[in-house]
Design a protein around this ligand. Structure first.
Ligand code: FE
Length: 367
């Protein structure tokens, strides 16, 4: 049995990590570009903590706070311009997946003197600027991955890029920054985490070590599902969901995601369904589809979730999420056909999926 595991990010996780371990940040650069969304960095309290830390370290900084949900390369280009103008030597992403992913792209493009449109090209030889991730949601796991996802309006898709040089150097993960998140966002992002762990566990790229992390993430989610159902989000719940999200990120850093995420992207792009929510809608039908190829692993997932059947997974997502809505058959076929063009995602999925299979998963989730 041979397998690899690569995760070059130094992680600090727990309440107060910026104060306790923020000094590590001072070794990484002198002039930081801080990449955030319009609100989350401030309302979460992360920005205030960061400001205090930056003052203590004597770190100069400029803030780019224009990252929307599902950012495009246009946003990346604006942030790159600012980083160049200000001569930044360090990039800090504070927020959910969108600001952290944008920060990764900026860190890679700036030293390569490359325009945002070249992000998906392989020939960017210069090492990225050091990048630090401070998440304010418990979902994406982007703080410990080499992945970033952007919306490409010309192609009407969301497309990921991955580069092993793009792992954050440092992840400062404080669950307190999720305390102010409303229940619906907490649920959506927790389901994103759950699908990272489940898809990673069921991926053809799974390893014994990624499986260990995946099962722990699923178990942490399982321990908090009653709290999510009841809307009772105590600090212990926040902490476990944050830890699960970081573990889920560690899993997909090894395995990538599979067809569940690929099917979810057009639901977000074309129908504005939040990323984690789209994944939640698809989860039960995906498990049902994979089951013949990985019966033991699907049973293990159910066991860890404390459930007897996939139908109970469907019941859980029904209780957690608003009703999924219906789509015309033509639209389901279009989204399935789009997902069927993602060769690597199909290759890593444990069971070979035809366009008809993909459409069937969508039909069962939205029919
Ligand atoms: Fe995701």
């Amino acid at each position: 049995m041979a397998f690899s595991f690569y995760l070059p990010t130094r992680v600090f996780l727990g309440e107060g990590v910026l104060e306790e371990y923020g000094d590590f940040l001072g070794r990484l650069g002198r002039r930081a570009l801080v990449v955030t969304g319009r609100k989350s960095a401030v309302t979460s309290g992360a920005m205030a903590d960061f400001e205090e830390l930056a003052k203590r370290l004597g770190l100069s900084r400029v803030v780019f706070d224009e990252v929307p949900a599902n950012p495009t390369l246009e946003t990346v280009a604006k942030a790159v311009d600012l980083a160049r103008r200000e001569d930044a030597d360090l990039v800090i992403g504070i927020g959910g997946g969108s600001p952290m992913d944008t920060a990764k792209a900026v860190a890679l493009l700036v030293p390569n003197r490359a325009e945002a449109g070249r992000l998906y090209e392989a020939d960017l030889p210069e090492l990225p600027l050091p990048m630090v991730a401070i998440p304010t949601t418990a979902g994406t796991g982007s703080e410990v991955t080499q992945h970033a996802v952007f919306t490409l309006p010309a192609k009407e898709i969301k497309k990921g890029f991955s580069d092993d040089r793009c792992f954050p150097v440092l992840a400062l993960v404080d669950p307190r920054y999720t305390y102010s998140l409303p229940l619906d966002i907490t649920i959506d992002t927790a389901l994103d985490t759950l699908t990272h762990a489940i898809e990673g566990y069921l991926s053809r790229r799974a390893t014994p070590l990624s499986d260990t992390l995946a099962l722990e993430a699923i178990s942490l989610f399982a321990g908090q599902k009653e709290a999510l159902l009841a809307g009772k989000l105590l600090p212990a719940t926040r902490r476990d969901l944050m830890y699960a999200a970081t573990l889920g990120g560690m899993v997909i850093a090894q395995t990538r995601t599979t067809i569940l995420h690929t099917l979810g992207y057009p639901l977000t792009y074309s129908h504005d369904i939040p990323h984690g929510r789209a994944n939640g809608y698809l989860l039960a039908a995906y498990l049902e589809f994979i089951r013949p190829a990985e019966p033991v692993k699907v049973d293990n997932i159910l066991k860890v979730l404390g459930m007897a059947s996939v139908e109970e997974v469907a019941e859980l997502t029904r209780c957690l999420l608003p009703p999924p809505g219906k789509f015309p058959e033509k639209e389901l076929e279009r989204m399935a056909a789009l997902a069927a063009t993602n060769g690597s995602s199909l290759a890593w999925t444990a069971r070979q999926a035809t366009p008809a299979d993909l459409c069937n998963i969508l039909c069962r989730s939205f029919g």
